[in-house]
Design a protein around this ligand. Structure first.
Ligand code: OXD
Ligand code: MN
Length: 595
């Protein structure tokens, strides 16, 4: 492996100090080279940490299995460790930095004995861009290294950029004993530090992702006057070459990935739209010199949910994950390929399930429930560059200009297919009042509705009342703010059936949103915001039930007044810290609903 000369004394000292605590047998610096990556893959295959898949059918692909109790983000073990409890807010679990370092330190001591400590210098965002941030992750997991090589820009170029004294987030991870009772995901925003111990699941251990790019970055972004958000970024190109870019926030596993790379529906084919994918999970947005909001995706890969990914729901992802991909917790087929519930092709007649056990369709567990081939939150990690719709602006240092921001949730009832806020302040209220039903991406009860402002509830690294204030202030600093919308693809009829087909058909709604953003179409004013006239949604080639559009856009004032009570309860936990403007919007909505 190439020998790296470290010029950065603070970095070197920190690595030494962490090594003294974790006691690894050796330290290996990750240089980002293909040669080193291949060596690590071989080593991980030899130790059984990853399984090499059929290299003819899935070149460069591997399978990994996590411990059965380590398959999703563990929000109850995730903490924001600020000096003052108030600064973490009621939206976060809090521990004092002192207590947190002590508690996790006890687990880290000697945790890497007989293991290698890998040092991963990484850049979130193009190396050297003013939008970007550098982190260095120390880990005892090759799986983490291989994933980070896909998800971030790693290696010597980052060290060169850091030079002798550059700032970086100190990220420490150890699998330790993979014991759920000794698992902690700790963020120290005031120290620009992350400590994660006892887990091997992506969201807990790929520290560039949720931990740095959302929790720590949101804290930094407030100080530096930008936004770090849980949003996809996509471009919709019209035949005249103009590309309208959208940033959209939906809670985990609500379809951000599918939307970010959708294929235009058959009925809109003649319009020749082209979709460009910038990101599927995280957006860092800054006000640029033109007074509008510009966004980059800090990541270079997708960490996507496998179940239900198929050629109908997401053909571009199916194409992307055919090579250079790490699969986690899916079924291994006898021919060395993989499968999950809702994948293409017939259900395999046999295989090894996500827990490494022999599996056949129809196998039942002790409770006589069907055993899943793949875990509901099984994943793939895959390079954006392999995606057929990857944006050619991925490496641009200033990213792309955002025309519209969309908030969305999974709501069987209440919220219409789409509505537009009256202005930025109202849009912030719409984001702050967001709620969604729980999915498999979080540990918790599926289907339960929880409030999830801006889809950031699990990811905002500080008090959300300060976060709302920051959003309100950001709006005031833009001369050309994007318009803010809300969508709900998941509304159901009285029989519980989805009213809207979703997936590629969502482009019909994005079209309206972009037309509204450029002032090309009228809208109907309602108590909650602007909604489309039915005739302004291009329904060519899409036949819905007779009253479906009426039901999709119905605004039931009684239900909304009930929702207001839930919003009030949520807002009240922020006490006097909640910005007054949000209460004003609350009162104004209440008044409009009662009119
Ligand atoms: C993710 C998540 O993995 O939001 O992106 O859980
Ligand atoms: Mn996410």
């Amino acid at each position: 492996m190439a020998k790296i000369q470290i010029q950065h004394k603070r970095l070197k000292d920190w690595v030494d100090k962490m090594a003294r605590m974790c006691e690894p047998e050796r330290i290996v610096w990750i240089d980002g080279s293909e040669v080193q990556k291949k060596q690590l893959e071989q080593e991980a295959v030899s130790s059984g940490e990853i399984i090499q898949l059929n290299q003819e059918k899935l070149p460069g692909c591997f399978l990994h299995r996590t411990a059965p109790d380590d398959v999703a983000r563990t929000e109850h073990l995730t903490f924001i460790c600020t000096k003052r409890k108030r600064d973490a807010g009621p939206n976060n679990n809090w521990m004092s930095p002192q207590a947190a370092y002590r508690k996790a330190g006890a687990i880290f001591i000697g945790a890497m004995k007989e293991r290698t400590m890998y040092v991963i210098p990484f850049s979130m965002g193009p190396v050297g861009s003013p939008f970007s941030k550098v982190g260095v992750e120390l880990t005892d997991s090759i799986y983490v290294v291989l994933n980070m090589l896909i998800m971030t820009r790693v290696g010597s170029a980052v060290l060169m950029h850091l030079d002798k004294d550059g700032e970086f987030t100190k990220c420490l991870h150890s699998k330790a004993q993979l014991d759920i009772n000794k698992r902690l995901i700790l963020h120290f925003p005031e120290d620009n530090t992350i400590w994660s111990v006892g887990s091997g699941y992506g969201g807990n251990v790929l520290l560039g992702k949720k931990c740095l790019s959302l929790r720590i970055a949101s804290f930094i972004a407030r100080k530096e006057h930008w936004l770090a958000e849980h949003m996809l970024i996509m471009g919709v190109e019209e035949p005249n070459g103009h590309i309208g870019y959208i940033a959209a926030a939906f809670p985990s596993a609500c379809g951000k990935t599918n939307l970010a790379m959708l294929v235009p529906p058959q009925g809109l084919k003649v319009k020749n739209y082209r979709i460009w994918t910038v990101g599927d999970d995280i957006a860092w947005m800054r006000i640029d010199s033109d007074g509008s909001l510009w966004a980059i995706n800090p990541e270079t890969g997708f960490f996507g949910v496998a179940p239900s990914t198929n050629s109908k729901t997401n053909p571009n992802m199916v194409a992307t994950i055919k090579k250079d991909t790490i699969y986690t917790n899916v079924l291994l087929k006898p021919d060395g390929t993989v499968w999950w519930e809702g994948a293409d092709g017939d259900v395999p007649q046999e295989g090894i399930d996500w827990q490494g056990r022999a599996w056949k369709p129809g196998s039942l567990d002790a409770n006589r429930e069907p055993i899943k081939a793949a875990h509901a939150n099984s994943r793939f990690t895959t390079p954006i560059a392999n995606c057929p719709t990857a944006s050619y602006r991925l490496e641009q240092h200033h990213g792309v200009p955002i025309s519209a921001i969309i908030f969305g949730g999974r709501r069987a009832h209440l919220t219409p297919l789409v509505y537009e806020s009256f202005n930025w302040q109202h849009g912030v209220f719409v984001g702050a009042a967001m709620a969604s039903e729980l999915t498999a991406a979080q540990v918790g009860k599926l289907g339960e509705v929880r409030r999830d402002p801006m889809a950031m509830l699990p990811f905002c690294g500080y008090n959300m009342s300060d976060y709302f204030r920051h959003w309100l202030d950001t709006g005031k600093c833009m001369t050309k703010p994007p318009k803010i919308f809300h969508v709900n693809w998941f509304r159901t009829d009285k029989n519980g059936k989805f009213l809207w087909p979703g997936f590629r058909e969502n482009l019909r709604i994005l079209e309206w949103i972009l037309q509204r953003s450029s002032g090309k179409v009228r809208a109907k004013e309602t108590a909650i915001g602007y909604i489309p006239f039915h005739s302004d949604i291009d329904m060519t080639g899409l036949v819905l039930g007779e009253d479906a559009l009426d039901e999709l856009f119905a605004i039931n004032k009684k239900d909304w007044l009930e929702e207001l009570k839930r919003i009030k309860k949520f807002f009240k936990q922020f006490k006097k810290d909640l910005p007054e403007e949000l209460w004003q919007e609350y009162e104004a909505l209440s008044k409009r609903l009662k009119e």
